[in-house]
Design a protein around this ligand. Sequence first.
Ligand code: ZN
Length: 163
Amino acid sequence: MTPLTEPEIRAAFVNCTKGEAKRLHVPRDLGTRPWDDLDFLGWRDPQALDRAYLVAVPDGRPVALALRRPSPGPGRQRRTMCSVCLTNPVGGVSLMVARKAGKAGQQGNSVGIYLCDDLACSLYLRGRKDAGPGARLPESLTLEEKVERTLSHLTAFITRVTT
Ligand SMILES: [Zn+2]
């Protein structure tokens, strides 16, 4: 994806207030992120482990989402597949919840998705980050096809948040 700047990312949030978008944690090392190998940029807030964020460019315009990771209750640590990149990374998969954009969100509506806990889906797909043994099922798809599928899953989730 095209590299994005901090102001571009902050301006792209669709499901939090302008004030929240101004204050939330954005990585300081944007200049050294492997943008060429990213289908979307995802990150966690190191100060608030229940918060995660992602930004994608589904239709040529950046869209960023604020996500919450509800803390798993006891006995809920089962392995689940990431619904975006279809990986079972050794680092785990978390249910991430996004408040819906606009009025629906103000009324308390949210949507959830299972995502790689470290949001490194793009790097797992490309083998740039080791997801662990057996984390990915063998597939005959090309990387382009996997990327396309990943983006279509992510875009579908973004649409659920914004509509
Ligand atoms: Zn993933």
